[in-house]
Ligand binder design. Sequence first.
Ligand code: FES
Ligand SMILES: [Fe+2]
Length: 414
Amino acid sequence: MLTQEQNELITRTNPGTPMGELMRRYWVPALLSSEIPTPDSPPVQVRIMGEELVAFRDSQGRIGLLEEHCPHRGTSLFYGRNEESGLRCIYHGWKMDVEGRVLDTPAEPASSTFGQRVRQRAYPTHEVGGMIFAYLGPADKQPLFPDYEWTRVPENQTVVVKSLLECNWLQGLEGECDSSHLSFLHRVLDPNEHQLYKADTAPNYETEETDFGVRLVALRDLGDNQSYVRVTSFTMPLSCALPVRGAIGGYDVHFYTPIDDTHAWRFDFSFKRDEVIDRSERHTRGFVDEHFRKLQNKDNHYLVDRDKQKTENFTGLGPIFPVHDGCATETMGPIYDRSREHLGISDKAVIAVRRYILDAIQAHERSEEPPHLVYDPAQNDMTHIDARTKTFEGRDWRAQFPWLVRTGDRVAVG
Ligand code: FES
Ligand SMILES: [Fe+2]
């Protein structure tokens, strides 16, 4: 349970809010590469953390992420002409480059230097894994992009799916940190499926604070001295690395970037370490419309099928995990009031993640450096962020993954 004050503190991310200021210290995914696929392709509106932005890829392939409203008199640059290495406003023809410099003010006299004194807000971007990340924080505090293992694999070993979450970002993130719901929400009513999650629906949870966030361990007792362990990694400030069935040679990272306080972009990124991913085998886009809204959504009761709920799976919502998760988290309401909940033993991981974030907000407000920011290239090694499952003999999961418990990755927070 959180107090209403804590709930406000941790959920709100608009400019000037404590969580918003903390989140702005990190690189966050803003849009897919495929939304601005080629040089001079049409610009797109980007809404993140309550800011109205426009993204475009210029004639040289450089990415711009600018404040949406023209610095002249505010017309939306979404309607602008993306031409000759800049975005030109349709109202009076002002043209801005990817760094926000005003290149041209054709309605002004030729002798005017007006444009040189105006600068459009522009945010740095970093493109990797089919996603375009943005840094919305103070320019003098821009960190390196963390060198996650998944940033090193070729593009054809990755896939990313974007969908709209119609509630506060934290409700989505909390679902990723909650191994317990796998035994229920995503259960298939087929005796051959998900045996591991059904064998022990009340696993033993361990959490440990690390330098990147919280490592979450769910240990299930399969009987006969066999155990099944699932390790996930909450990574500051808005993602979770998690193991997925059928992708032993890699893992998923699910990101929840706030659009505003009551909507978020969910990015489901997957990679394989040594194998090309056949995109046609994945449900890449089929479950959302052209605006990334789920076709099964709260306006149509997620197309719940009560017969299939008896015979097919636990929810009767079909096979798509983000649909199950969307129903579970969006129906809590736009911003769930966590002073009303009743947390049990199975919520240990959720509690640990909230505590870590709240401690980081408070530390940041005291002007302390947040965790998981890296400025020194020599320190930029994120291979201890991992997600694994394994069935093994005994109960000692640490012995199975020695690289996850190397010394020095525990830090005191708060
Ligand atoms: S409002 Fe954009 S050029 Fe005038
Ligand atoms: Fe889920």
